[in-house]
Design a protein around this ligand. Structure first.
Ligand code: SAH
Length: 387
C-alpha cells in the first residue's frame, strides 16, 4: 500500500500563504510548496493527513493528489486516468463520485464530459483489477471517496478529498443569525494580527455577531485543535484507518492544550439576540469560562488597558439606503477607537472607502475574500508601549 502521499491544502483566494505557514509550523517545512497558481502542496503519510485535518485552522480541505499529467484529448484523459493507482485507494465496492470537474484555458473544456470520462476510466481500471465483468456496472455501496478533476492549461490534476465537509465547519457554530464570517477566515485574520505573539493582551470584537472571532482567538491562544469535534471523510476508509490511530492523535492534541491562561477576550454586539447566539456557540465550543460577552454599542467601548487588539467585521452597505448609516457607523468607530492609541485595530469590510469614513488611513491593507465577497482587512498598528 502507498505510504507517502502528495497532498494539497486548499484555501480561499488570498489565504494560501497563511495555510503554508500553518503547515510549516506543524512540521512540514521540508515539503511545503506554493506553486505558480498559488496552490499549497505538502507531503506526508496517512497520519499526516489526519493531523493536517485536525490542526489546520485556515484551510478548506486536505486532498490527496492521485495524479498529474497533460491531456489535450479525451482519449489522453481516459488513458492517463486509467493508468493511475486506483486500486490503492478504492477497494471493491467503494462509492467514488467524480464530484467536481473544472477546466480553465484548456483544450478539454466541457466539464460534464471531463467528469464522465474520468469516471469511466476509473470504473474500467477497477473492473480489470478486481476481475469484474465489463458489461456490468460496479456495485457502489461502500464508503465514499470523492474525486475531483481540475484542468488548467491542459495540465490535469486528479484529487481525492480527505476532509469531507469543509474544514471551516468546526462543529461549535450551531447558530449564526445574520452574516457570519467563516471560521477559517476568522482564524486567518487573527493569525494576521500581532495578537497571537502575546495573547495575554486584551482581545476585543465589538461587533461580535455569532462570536466567531472570539472563539477562534481563544482556540488559537489555548492551542486547541479546530478539528477535534467533527469527523472527516477518511474515517470511513478501511485501508486508511488501519494505518492511523486517530484517537491517539486526538488525545495528543488535547494534551497539548493550554487551558489555564489568563486570557482577556471580550465580544459585544448592539443586538442582544446576537449576544445570546454568541454565548450559545461559545458554550458549544466549551469556552464559556474564557470569553466574556455583553450587549453594547461599539460607540460605547472604552478601555484604560494598553496594547489591546480589536478585530471587527462591521456591517457594510449592501443596499443604497444603508450607505449613509454605514458611513456614520464607520465615522463613529474612528472616533471611538482613536483614544486607544496603543491598541492595534483590524477591520474587515467589503467597503472600499472605509478609510475615508473612519478618517484614518490604514497602516496596511490586505485583500481577502469573505465567501465570494471581495473585502479588505484594514490594519491599524498601535503605538509601541514603553516600559
Ligand atoms: N463576525 C460576525 C458577524 C458580524 S456582522 C460573525 O461571525 O458572526 C455585524 C454585526 O455588527 C452584527 O451582528 C450587528 O448586530 C453588529 N452591529 C451593527 N451595528 C453595531 C453597533 N453600532 N455596535 C455594535 N454592534 C453593531
Amino acid at each position: 500500500m502507498k505510504t507517502k502521499f502528495k497532498l494539497q491544502a486548499t484555501a480561499s483566494a488570498g489565504l494560501e500563504s497563511i495555510v503554508a505557514r500553518e503547515l510549516r509550523n506543524l512540521g512540514y517545512q521540508e515539503t511545503v510548496k506554493i506553486d505558480d497558481r498559488s496552490r499549497v502542496f505538502f507531503e506526508g503519510e496517512a497520519s499526516d493527513i489526519a493531523l493536517a485535518n485536525i490542526w489546520l485552522r485556515t484551510a478548506d480541505r486536505v486532498k490527496i493528489v492521485v495524479g498529474e499529467f497533460t491531456a489535450k484529448t479525451f482519449d489522453e484523459l481516459f488513458n492517463e486516468v486509467f493508468a493511475l493507482d486506483w486500486p490503492e485507494f478504492l477497494p471493491l465496492g467503494s462509492t467514488f463520485p467524480v464530484a467536481k470537474a473544472k477546466s480553465v484555458k484548456s483544450q478539454l473544456h466541457n466539464e460534464p464530459t471531463i467528469q464522465s470520462i474520468t469516471k469511466k476510466a476509473i470504473v474500467k481500471r477497477l473492473q480489470q483489477y478486481y476481475h469484474r465483468p465489463e458489461n456490468l456496472p460496479l456495485m457502489e455501496k461502500g464508503p465514499e471517496y470523492s474525486i475531483e478533476v481540475l484542468v488548467h492549461k491542459d495540465q490535469v490534476t486528479v484529487l481525492l478529498d480527505t476532509s469531507g465537509e469543509s474544514l471551516f465547519k468546526r462543529g461549535y457554530r450551531t447558530e449564526h443569525g445574520g452574516a457570519p464570517i467563516k471560521e477559517n477566515l476568522a482564524a486567518a485574520i487573527i493569525l494576521l494580527t500581532n495578537w497571537p505573539a502575546n495573547p495575554l493582551r486584551p482581545f476585543v470584537d465589538p461587533t461580535c455577531g455569532s462570536g466567531t472571532f472570539c472563539i477562534e482567538a481563544a482556540m488559537i491562544a489555548m492551542n486547541i485543535a479546530p478539528g477535534l469535534n467533527r469527523s472527516f471523510a477518511f474515517e470511513k476508509w478501511p485501508w486508511f484507518m488501519t494505518s492511523v490511530n486517530l484517537s491517539e492523535l486526538k488525545d495528543r492534541a488535547r494534551a497539548s492544550e493550554k487551558r489555564d491562561l489568563p486570557l482577556q477576550i471580550q465580544g459585544s454586539d448592539i443586538d442582544g439576540k446576537m449576544v445570546e447566539i454568541a454565548r450559545h456557540n461559545t458554550v458549544a465550543a466549551g469556552l464559556e469560562n474564557v470569553v466574556q460577552y455583553k450587549q453594547m454599542r461599539l460607540q460605547d467601548f472604552r478601555s484604560d488597558a494598553l496594547d489591546g487588539v480589536i478585530v471587527s467585521n462591521p456591517p457594510y452597505g449592501e443596499r443604497l439606503d444603508d450607505e449613509a448609516k454605514v458611513r456614520q457607523l464607520y465615522r463613529e468607530m474612528g472616533e471611538t477607537f482613536r483614544p486607544l492609541k496603543t491598541w492595534s485595530k483590524y477591520i474587515i469590510t467589503a467597503d472600499e472607502n472605509f478609510e475615508l469614513a473612519y478618517e484614518n488611513k490604514a497602516t496596511k491593507k490586505r485583500k481577502l475574500y469573505n465567501g465570494a465577497l471581495k473585502s479588505y482587512l484594514y490594519q491599524y498598528f498601535g503605538e509601541r508601549v514603553k516600559n
